[in-house]
Design a protein around this ligand. Structure first.
Ligand SMILES: NC(=O)c1ccc[n+]([C@@H]2O[C@H](COP(=O)([O-])OP(=O)(O)OC[C@H]3O[C@@H](n4cnc5c(N)ncnc54)[C@H](O)[C@@H]3O)[C@@H](O)[C@H]2O)c1
Length: 343
């Protein structure tokens, strides 16, 4: 068996413990450090993972020559500094979404990782879910026909963040899902949002992406909704997919529905010459079976394999950068009253 990759997790707040658990359970890894500014978090988690050394100062991890990789699960504003220093110390890095707070920072990290021959991966968790991987398979098979639109809603009575708005908090999920499934790059972003609770921090936002052709993507993000909705529609010219992440089992449904447009000579209006006739098709609904393994299990597996095999991970720095570019463009558009911002 290969030597396990030694891992240290920086940031053990809400999300960090999920990473600690998954790396602790993975036999290709050895959890060597856990780091948090809060000694209370280290004490609680230290009882669960006694073999991991606790540290309040992340520099102790970076100075450890036995440590191969660092996992960064701290607030977004700290990602750039921590990831940069980790890469400079020769560590492979898995960082939480979004990669950084600006595209310029993300570009710098991608270049640094490339130059140093180190793995830089972003935890775009949803890309590793059974549902999203199944949808990708369906889209790639061509079953949906030509793709027409992507429409996503992610709303609930969410945890209000004080350092980032709802777009930076929630959009990395849907943008990374779209980036993976559609595999196309948008040309421009327009967005609008409102701050009802804290000045300058939008708690509701509508984001729209335009592509080179008629394909269009739309997103609704909201921390102030009475119900939790996480639903995405992906329409194709032949079939359509509804992905409902709240559904316990039947998260993905494929509808054999759509319309067919045909042109017929127009008897009444000879000027127009032809009339477009629309016929509707509502056929079967198929519910594919999904892999229900926790997505983070695959995130950790992908990271460890990329490190040991020295290959590019699926959600590499470049995919993190693409998402950050869209976040930045959406933010700029909100500030400028919905102006189309080129990406
Ligand atoms: N992939 C997902 O589905 C998912 C879900 C939630 C959060 N996240 C991401 O995880 C990251 C953390 O979010 P969270 O909700 O866990 O935040 P959090 O505030 O609950 O936890 C962050 C922790 O980092 C610690 N910390 C901050 N600066 C540090 C430093 N310099 N050194 C050591 N520890 C430090 C804090 O003490 C805190 O315990 C964010 O990037 C967020 O976007 C991802």
């Amino acid at each position: 068996m290969k030597k396990p990759v030694t891992v240290g997790v920086i940031g053990c707040g809400y999300w960090g413990p999920n990473l600690l658990r998954n790396f602790a359970e993975n036999e290709a890894a050895r959890l060597r450090w856990m780091c948090d500014l809060d000694p209370g978090r280290l004490e609680v988690l230290g009882r669960r993972y006694p073999s991991a050394e606790p540290a309040r100062d992340y520099k102790r991890l970076l100075a450890d020559p036995q440590l191969d990789a660092v996992v960064v699960a701290t607030p977004v504003g700290t990602h750039h500094t921590l990831v940069k220093e980790a890469l400079q110390a020769g560590k492979h890095v898995l960082v939480e979404k979004p990669l950084t707070a600006s595209a310029r920072e993300a570009e710098e990290l991608c270049e640094l990782a490339e130059r140093s021959g180190l793995t830089l991966m972003v935890d775009h968790t949803f890309v590793y879910t059974g549902a999203v991987r199944k949808i990708k398979e369906i889209v790639e098979s061509g079953e949906l026909g030509e793709l027409l639109y992507f429409d996503s809603t992610r709303i609930n009575l969410g945890l209000f963040q004080h350092d980032i708005n709802v777009v930076w908090d929630l959009a990395p999920h849907d943008l990374s899902i779209m980036d993976y499934i559609i595999g196309r790059r948008p040309e421009a972003v327009t967005a609008t949002g409102s701050c009802h609770i804290e000045r300058g921090i939008e708690n509701i936002a509508y984001v729209m992406l335009r592509f080179a052709d008629e394909f269009i993507a739309h997103f609704h993000f909201n921390w102030l909704a009475p119900v939790k909705i996480r639903r995405t529609l992906i329409a194709g010219s032949r079939k359509m997919v509804v992905y409902d992440d709240i559904e316990p089992t039947e998260k993905v449904r494929v509808y054999d529905s759509g319309v067919t447009a045909s042109r017929r000579p127009d008897e009444q209006d000879r000027e127009a010459a032809y009339r477009t006739l629309v016929s509707y098709r509502t056929g079967d609904v198929w519910v594919p079976k999904l892999d229900s393994t926790e997505a983070l299990h695959y995130v950790c597996e992908e990271f460890l394999e990329a490190v040991t095999k020295r290959r590019r991970p699926l959600t590499d720095g470049a995919s993190g950068l693409r998402v950050v570019r869209l976040l930045e463009a959406a933010q700029a558009s909100i500030k400028e009253g919905g102006r189309f911002v080129k990406v």
